[in-house]
Design a protein around this ligand. Sequence first.
Ligand code: TLP
Length: 347
Amino acid sequence: MNFVDLRSDTVTQPTPAMRRAMAQAEVGDDVYGEDPTINRLQEMAAEMMGQQAGLFVVSGTMGNLTAILAHCQRGDEVILGNKAHTFLFEAGGISALGGIHSCQIPNQPDGTLLLEDIQAAIRPDDPHAPITRLVALENTNNRCGGTALTVAYTRSVSDLAHRQAISLHLDGARIFNAAAALGVKAKELAEPCDSVTFCLSKGLCAPVGSVLCGSKEFIRKAHRIRKQLGGGMRQAGVLAAAGIVALETMVDRMAEDHVRARRLADGLKEIPGIVLDPGTPHTNMIFISLSQSIPQDASQVAAHLKERQVLVGCIGPRRFRLVTHYWIDDQAVDATLVAFSEAILPS
Ligand code: TLP
């Protein structure tokens, strides 16, 4: 059965070109640095992020964890948003595995952290306080609606941090969505940062993996940490091969997902009982709620949608997230609108 799966862009299947590249990939032992396909992916990724080097990791979560462990010692502090994926959805890995303290400051609705809030959160040189070592941003910001942070904003945070010898990490899981929405190169968004992770397995459609990029020295350090985390892979060029196809063929089509998200949102707006978040969609995510006039809750509506072969993410008792991606075409958008109009029963 063919479902229209809007739960996330993580559900994307590899394309036929990716599967072919995987079958034919030249491989070697990557723990020895001998997998030519991984080496090529890492070089391509570093180039696209305007960084010196890259490291292939299993997931976005592992990329962020590896980066934060490389920047911080036990007891150091990272400043991040209270809606950051690293804070909300990475199982507390930075504190569980790294003893790293997090200082959460409010994410603004556009995904930014106020410069004055960052400044106020930076600890004084006082033995009572942890050492502020790192600021982390997220672009696009998932829980702020898939909002894109601009180049100017990223630079302003980088300048503020660097003036005080603090590093900047970017969770750029969806940096290519941000770049498409802003009409800039991903490199411009990543260059002001000391490290950046981006995901191959979301909108870019590869089955596995993320790349962590930074300076040569930083990546050397990160390489050892990846090993400590059990993330040293062997003939994983079969995975990297799909990542290379992703970088070659998927980056320039990202805007299509944004156009479809807009079309889907415009249709949903016309269905009585559906309330769109202000400004949604910013990129490939649509955030909606059920109005009080609807007797069902989100899980009941989701169950009705599932009967109509449409899958959506429930992110609250009356709230949904819908994410467009390569496998959501115009027909899928139309089918979703029909399914919603049938599934929602006004009282
Ligand atoms: N996000 C997933 C879920 O974990 C919520 C999703 O469906 O959106 N950074 C950001 C901004 C992310 O959105 C995600 C995944 C990650 C990191 C982690 O990536 P993975 O799943 O590869 O560990």
